[in-house]
Design a protein. Structure first.
Length: 415
């Protein structure tokens, strides 16, 4: 005999389910209370209710409904365990309403997370994206991230990663309070970098927080390397397009990661990261919405090492009009000139570098004369043995400018 559909539930304002009151009330304390309350208000057999902010939306609620209509039995997998767990908490599907409750079943399944294969943990993390806030508040994100750190430590040559909030030995204490993770990053392998680039920035932010290296606290070299790799991969997926445009929350999440990477680079300093490496980082993070403060900090480090720079490092793409970012080079030169360690020998190295740079930017038809002269005059006279390369660059600039002027005149007067 088919059950009566005496309960209509609209989930997240989108999909409507026609269900049986008794079937759902047996397993859900929340729905049981709602049904009882509505029956007191309206003495009618059929009820219509709305549920907003349900984890996983209509797909998540359909899974919960299947559990109820299957007499409390459902196949729990790595791809649906977190969704079912959040749904069970949301609908109060615990031991107070049923012995074979969904909350207990999902908890039992998730207790084995430290022994799952690596790809299963990543799959479970990705499944949380659509209900991330709830999964995070229920402790699921931290649990899964701790499992990732455990796998990394046991498959690397470095000392074990220790997540104080959870471990295989303490897995029975489900979703304990937040803790910090510490480790020796001197020899950790980077085999896991590419795998973690498949995770969204919100999860990577949590990954950094678990390491106790969030924002200005980032003094972890391996995390810094990973963040730079992650941001570079994000740009490659976007076809190299600038990430300053797009969905606001996504931009903010990426910019937070970029700022974390910069902080790590600054703390690592020139003893660990080469000048070329710093320019590589600058090229990557410049595609994200950085605060002026963080950009200035990175440029301060690079500017102080300008004598170690090559011409190729300086040839960074400019705006829509100019070929190269001349303003960046001017800022770096100012930093170097004003530094305390700018000896005469180092200054001459930078002088030779800037003269070569002038030769590269001189053919740019869109470069204003004022900007060209600003580069030429950015160093003191003592930085140059002679001015031959400067004069050569000026000749090229004037020749190109004259051609541009003549082309404009002919186009204007002889259409």
């Amino acid at each position: 005999m088919s059950q009566q559909c005496d309960l209509v539930i609209q989930v997240n304002g989108r999909r409507t389910f026609f269900l049986n009151q008794q079937t759902l009330s047996v397993y859900s304390g929340k729905l049981k209370k709602i049904v009882a309350r509505e029956k007191k208000k309206n003495e009618i057999k059929s009820l219509r209710i709305r549920i907003n902010d349900f984890p996983g939306g209509s797909d998540g609620f359909e899974l919960i409904s299947r559990f109820c209509y299957s007499n409390g039995g459902i196949k729990i997998t790595v791809s649906n365990a977190c969704l079912l767990y959040c749904g069970a908490v949301f609908l109060e599907m615990d031991e107070e309403v049923c012995i074979f409750n969904l909350l207990k079943q999902t908890e039992t399944f998730l207790q084995g997370v430290f022994f799952w294969p690596w790809n299963h943990i990543l799959e479970s993390l990705r499944s949380c994206v659509s209900f991330f806030a709830l999964a995070d508040s229920y402790g699921l994100i931290q649990k899964l991230i701790c499992a990732i750190l455990f796998k990394i430590s046991h498959n690397s040559e470095a000392k074990p990663l220790a997540c104080s909030s959870s471990s295989p030995e303490t897995a029975n204490g489900m979703f304990a309070s937040s803790g910090k993770t510490t480790y020796d990053d001197s020899s950790i392998d980077q085999w896991w970098f590419d795998d973690l680039t498949t995770l969204p920035p919100m999860i990577i932010n949590k990954f950094a927080q678990n390491l106790g290296a969030y924002r200005s606290k980032n003094n972890n070299l391996i995390l810094t390397r990973f963040l730079v790799h992650y941001l570079k991969s994000a740009l490659q997926r976007k076809g190299g397009r600038n990430m300053k445009k797009g969905v606001v929350h996504s931009r903010n999440q990426y910019s937070t990661l970029a700022e974390q990477a910069i902080q790590g680079v600054i703390l690592a300093g020139q003893k660990i990261i080469s000048c070329r490496g710093l320019f590589s980082v600058l090229r990557i993070v410049s595609n994200f919405c950085l605060s002026k403060d963080y950009r200035d900090k990175l440029e301060e480090v690079i500017g102080g090492m300008l004598d170690q720079t090559t011409l190729d490092d300086l040839l960074i793409s400019g705006s829509d009009t100019c070929v190269y970012d001349v303003d960046l080079v001017l800022r770096l030169v100012r930093i170097f000139v004003n530094s305390k360690n700018a000896s005469a020998q180092r200054m001459k190295k930078v002088g030779s570098l800037i003269d070569k740079y002038l030769g590269e930017i001189s053919p740019d038809q869109n470069l204003k004369i004022s900007k060209f002269l600003e580069v030429a005059e950015s160093l003191p006279d003592s930085a140059r043995e002679c001015f031959d390369e400067v004069y050569r660059a000026i000749d090229i600039y004037l020749e190109v400018s004259m051609e541009k002027t003549l082309s404009f005149i002919f186009a204007s007067y002889y259409p």
